[in-house]
Design a binder for this molecule. Structure first.
Ligand code: NAP
Length: 271
């Protein structure tokens, strides 16, 4: 059992390593390059980036320099949340594709159903238009799978009612105390892989005393228990760190949480 190399199988049969390395807020250049090189040395085989992160060029270069076979790697990138038209989506994909320079992408996501400056606004028609470009890219083999991010049940219902390919994955904010019940249930029912972003709540979970008590009992760190919790729920964790020791620590999650530990973590959402 290794979370780094074990895979989830998406509805289209594509295998995706069960833990991914997150790269949000890691600047392009030495920081992104070094972090991704470290992650690959530690054994991560799945990297999560986005056009909006501005670091695809360093991610691609780190992958190429690592010497790891491209076939062993899974690379996700995302079409910016602000783009809600077909021409914009095609341009965004070409930009990501040439910045990464790694051949076909493994997973291409709509970053969010609305622009970040207008969260919650209605872009159903625009998302359908963008998704039809995603379907073309998928058919052409330019991306091996396609998905969405930050989509709730309504967003998923309206997209799938008007398009052919059901998203293979939905990447949502998911951590102890924030388990996205209705969206997660919809995704499981429709065979959409749930990827959990910010599994440490962007660092906020790290001084949580309740998780710390469980971690102490198990001889693990708060980060490890928090990441393991997602795996126990069949949600794919995407931890981020630029610190080599933490990059390693976050991947050492090959232990099991007992039913009691999980039940206790489940109740922390009600705090
Ligand atoms: P996260 O993984 O929840 O937490 C990262 C923070 O925790 C950083 O400050 C990091 O510090 C610290 N940290 C990491 N491991 C640690 C450890 N073992 N011990 C102590 N501190 C630790 O944060 P995130 O970046 O919000 O989310 C992860 C990934 O999800 C992103 O990078 C991105 O790929 C994805 N994401 C996607 C979306 C979306 O809209 N689709 C949105 C947000 C995030 P250092 O780096 O200083 O070590």
């Amino acid at each position: 059992m290794s979370a780094l190399t074990d895979t989830f199988r998406m509805a289209n049969g594509v295998e995706i390593p069960k833990i991914g390395f997150g790269t949000w807020q890691i600047p392009n250049g030495p920081e992104a390059y070094d972090s991704v090189r470290t992650a690959l040395e530690v054994g991560y085989r799945h990297i999560d980036t986005a056009l909006a992160y501005g670091n695809e060029e360093s991610v691609g270069r780190a992958v190429k320099d690592s010497g790891v076979d491209r076939d062993e790697l899974f690379i996700t990138t995302k079409c910016p949340a602000e783009i809600k038209d077909a021409a914009g989506a095609r341009r965004a994909f070409e930009r990501s594709s040439s910045a990464l320079d790694l051949g076909p992408v493994d997973l291409y996501l709509i970053h969010a159903p609305w622009p970040w400056t207008a969260i919650g606004t209605d872009h159903r028609a625009g998302n359908i238009e963008v998704w039809k470009v995603f379907e073309e890219l998928y058919e052409q083999g330019r991306t091996r799978s396609i998905g969405v991010s930050n989509f709730d049940v309504d967003d998923l219902e309206s997209l799938t009612a008007a398009t052919d390919v059901v998203p293979h994955a939905n990447q949502i904010r998911w951590f102890v105390g924030n388990t996205q019940g209705p969206t997660t249930a919809w995704c499981k029912q429709h065979d959409v892989l749930v990827e959990g972003y910010s599994p440490l709540a962007t660092g906020e979970l790290l001084d949580d005393e309740d998780i710390a008590a469980i971690a102490k009992r198990l001889g693990k760190s708060v980060a490890q228990v928090s990441i393991r919790y997602l795996l126990e729920k069949d949600v794919l964790p995407l931890p981020k760190s630029t610190t080599p020791s933490r990059i390693r620590e976050n991947a050492e999650v090959d232990f099991e949480l007992s039913a009691e530990d999980i039940a206790e973590l489940d109740t922390l959402g009600a705090r």
